[in-house]
Design a protein around this ligand. Structure first.
Ligand code: PMV
Length: 314
């Protein structure tokens, strides 16, 4: 008997880049995200023969991050050896937050399969230990994570303030520096790191207020500020972390041009070269058309706001 769970990636509007010292994979800064709908990770969990076995798209994989996280879970929970089969309907590890939806789906499936009955805060805490952003994929719509508990907090449900995200895929290659490694490099070497940590708290508070007030312009301003500040921090690390390609930058200009023409839209970019343009539903056609015509854009993916991680019938 296998148990199936689904979860969606999320994208941060107020970014997390850097970890607090100590255990628990606690972020150094609060963050605010939206959970997407049409990008999906689906994970099936069965009780395995003798040791954990992972399959990605039916291919066996030895993913150290997943295996170590499972071992850590077993120190506090009764979990038998598992056979885990997972797959995404979008490119993996290219800055589309596959680890967020991956770990959110996996903890949901394990909880149900093993009859653990963990509460939402504990599930989100366990997901965060694998990947900081995974905690946010536990919930749908606009989601926050902040001190003191660092677990996912609902801000607005997926229907409360409809929003589209137009993703311009500029490459499907895997990213060069994984986020945990990149964060450690920035914290250790960038002279901007203390200012980033300090200033992100105010951005988070202001963005939360903008979302609660449904103030698109204020949110647009804060989200672009947080995104560019994070990339400034990455670029100012040693060695500099350059996640963009030429098409990424062209897309940012295209979004700014749209805004100058009166279209409500803002951009955000994570630790990869894809550009995510967030807009109200009525602007989606213009935004998609503009980004599709940028040289180097390989594919346009349009998503709305989606639900949190959940168990589903296979
Ligand atoms: O949760 P991680 O380790 O995949 O790191 C996420 C980092 C960013 O995507 C760049 C920002 C964020 O808050 O999601």
């Amino acid at each position: 008997m296998s148990t199936t769970a689904r979860a969606h990636p999320n994208i941060a509007l107020i970014k997390y880049w850097g970890k607090a010292p100590g255990e628990g994979n606690i972020p150094a800064t609060p963050s605010l995200s939206i959970t997407l709908d049409s990008l999906v990770t689906e994970t099936h969990v069965t009780t395995g023969p003798s040791q954990d076995q992972l399959y990605f798209d039916d291919e066996p994989v030895a993913d150290r991050k997943v295996l170590d996280w499972l071992e850590a879970l077993r120190q506090r929970l009764d979990i038998p050896p598992l056979e885990i089969r997972t797959g995404n309907n979008f490119p993996t590890a290219a800055g589309l937050a596959s680890s967020a939806s991956g770990f959110a789906a996996l903890i949901m499936a394990i909880d149900a399969h093993c009859g653990l009955h963990l509460d939402q805060a504990t599930l989100s805490d366990l997901a965060r230990r694998a990947s900081g952003s995974a905690a946010r994929s536990m919930l749908g719509g606009f989601v926050a994570i902040r001190e003191p508990d660092w677990v996912a907090e609902p801000v607005l449900g997926p229907e409360a303030w409809p929003m589209k995200t137009v993703i311009a895929v500029t490459t499907t290659a895997r990213k060069s520096v994984p986020s945990s490694q990149g964060m450690a490099i920035s914290a250790a070497t960038s002279p901007y790191y203390p200012a980033w940590v300090e200033s992100t708290r105010a951005d988070f508070t202001d963005a939360l207020a903008a979302v609660n007030a449904r103030d698109f312009q204020a949110l647009a301003d804060l989200a672009e500020f947080s995104c560019l500040k994070m990339h400034g921090l990455m670029i100012g690390s040693r060695p500099g972390l350059i996640y963009w390609n030429a098409a990424t930058l062209s897309c940012l200009h295209a979004v700014r041009n749209l805004r100058q023409d009166g279209v409500d839209v803002f951009f955000t970019v994570d630790a990869g070269p894809q550009v995510k343009a967030v807009c109200p539903p009525e602007a989606e056609r213009d935004v998609s058309a503009a980004l599709a015509s940028v040289p180097g854009v390989q594919e346009i993916v349009v998503t709305g706001l989606g639900p949190g991680a959940r168990v589903v019938d296979p």
